[in-house]
Design a binder for this molecule. Sequence first.
Ligand code: PMP
Length: 401
Amino acid sequence: MKSFTPQQFRQQFPALNETGCYLDSAATALKPQAVIAATEEFYRLSAGTVHRSQFAAARRLTERYENARGQVADLLNAADANSIIWTKGTTEAINLVAQSYLRPRLQPGDEILVSESEHHANLVPWLMVAEQTGAKVVKWPIGADRLPDMAQLPELLSPRTRLLAIGQMSNVTGGCPDLATIIPLAHAAGAKVMVDGAQGVVHCPPDVQALDIDFYAFSGHKLYGPMGIGALYGKPDLLAEMSPWQGGGKMLTTVSFDGFTPQAVPWCFEPGTPNVAGVVGLSAALEWLDGIDVAAAERWSCDLADLAEARLASLPGFRSFRNSGSSLLAFDIAGVHHSDVVTLLAESGIALRSGQHCAQPLLAALGVSGTLRASFAPYNTLSDVDALTAAMTTALTLLAD
Ligand code: PMP
């Protein structure tokens, strides 16, 4: 039976005893006891590594490692577990697509369409591959609603567009572009679609088949899992066409000084000793999440963001950059520098982030040098909202003096 109550949920997170008011889950989620226990057990009891040794402990580990691929496939409704590639996280997954899929297919003058609201992780790899090939990155501007402007999409998609890079959910505004409309338009123009799921996956794991997503990337650490592990989903036919990006042990079947023969997908994309502990921890996070009523948890975090926004709105100069229905609340206060506010909030025990959130083009489009960002998760409570509002009032009083 799936269930959710904030109090029960909260009890799973020992770090809350140390951090107090944690409003930075969009940067990284805290880890539940289930993940901590699985990781600790891995280091305490397991032996060997995966896909290399015949002894029983190593074989068991290989089985766990491969089964976890199936859990991720289930999360995303991918038909084939082998369409999931383990990576360090979203950043590495997007770089893999840029170098392994796109780079060999780009001609000078080809275009990569990237929404203006992207995190740098879904912009810089495309700028790099454009520089390497003579292709160009085309900006898809945001509209007044802070989402990529749908009215401009048809004219921006040209016969030269090879790929559209789009985030499932902005890490600043929390806005979610309408992927169900966008993806068919991109496909009709002959472009593939890379979806950055770093923020979206914890709020609403996509159905990659129903949405016809070509590539989808996410990071385990934003999904209550460990840092240093994430995954790339790719359509099996696209992955089959790709050559490995990085070389090393276990990604090949034969090698000599004349060359090498790559392993099958996905192993050809996983050279070297992988982050098995990360996979075990992420697997534990997914198993634990299976027992949670994720929709109720999501409603709770968004309700807290609603309440915080309504309360802070009474502060003079308050301006919100939040897209409605999101658990993220990016805001600023006219005439006050965000980094001064965040320093005072930190002194009051409030953990939140200020700055450009690795989204400089979006901040430029919003016309601000930086914002504060409170990101709510299901382990937050009404008292966190109270603490934030009280600390904000105190900080602004101090700064006004
Ligand atoms: N995209 C978005 C929207 C993000 O919020 C983040 C993390 N802040 C990333 C990509 C990069 O994720 P990671 O650092 O885990 O690779």
